[in-house]
Design a protein around this ligand. Structure first.
Ligand SMILES: [Zn+2]
Length: 207
């Protein structure tokens, strides 16, 4: 997909994520790999009103290729570039600070998925990447460790991130990760999750 086509997809899904309460003006960013490099939502911009002209184009090193758009690139672009480097099979990435996923990240806890038939197949577990300071290369701490074999991770004291082969799948992964966190939280207050045996998980993964 070229940059112009991808920017239209970014706009469509940025608005859907905003409507779903997954991103805000200050939090969250979404990106895609293209034939020409990458495209990503700008920093501190209301995603409900974004247009293709507001989407930032960058090269593989994070250099902005369309400065004429006048928008500022988020310092979190490093998360996205690292994700695309680690997952050549994935062309879409969403970073978000939704409430339940971030609650686990703030509490310093990964998410157990073995009680949930959807999540255990979709994500395996949802691991917690150690805290990485924003605006530094360390923001991507532990992504190298977990992202190669996970499509969703938590970022300690920060939020969450998912990847997908396309933006539609990444969007579904983001919503399901947040729902999984919410279910884990609620089930935790109902006496804990009833975990599936490994033999059943192995069967589910064959479907
Ligand atoms: Zn963030």
């Amino acid at each position: 997909m070229n940059n112009q086509e991808a920017k239209k997809v970014i706009v469509q899904y940025a608005r859907r994520l905003d409507a779903a309460g997954m991103v805000t003006l200050f939090e969250g960013n979404i990106s895609m790999r293209t034939d020409e490099g990458f495209v990503i939502t700008p920093s501190a911009f209301d995603k409900a009103y974004i247009t293709p002209e507001d989407v930032i184009e960058m090269d593989a090193d994070g250099n902005v290729m369309n400065p004429q758009c006048g928008r500022k690139i988020s310092t979190e672009y490093r998360l996205h570039l690292t994700a695309f480097k680690l997952r050549p099979d994935m062309d879409a990435c969403i970073h978000f600070h939704s409430a339940y996923a971030t609650a686990f990240a703030v509490a310093g806890r990964s998410i157990e998925t073995r009680g949930d038939t959807t999540a255990v197949v979709l994500f395996g577990d949802i691991p917690l990447c150690r805290y990485g300071r924003q605006r530094t290369p360390q923001i991507a701490a532990d992504l190298e460790k977990y992202l190669p074999d996970h499509t969703g991770v938590l970022l300690e004291n920060h939020g969450a991130m998912v990847v997908g082969p396309d933006m539609g799948r990444a969007y579904a992964n983001a919503l399901i990760l947040e729902k999984t966190a919410k279910i884990a939280y609620i089930a935790g207050h109902m006496g804990g999750e009833k975990l599936l045996p490994q033999s059943e998980i192995d069967f589910l993964r064959t479907l």
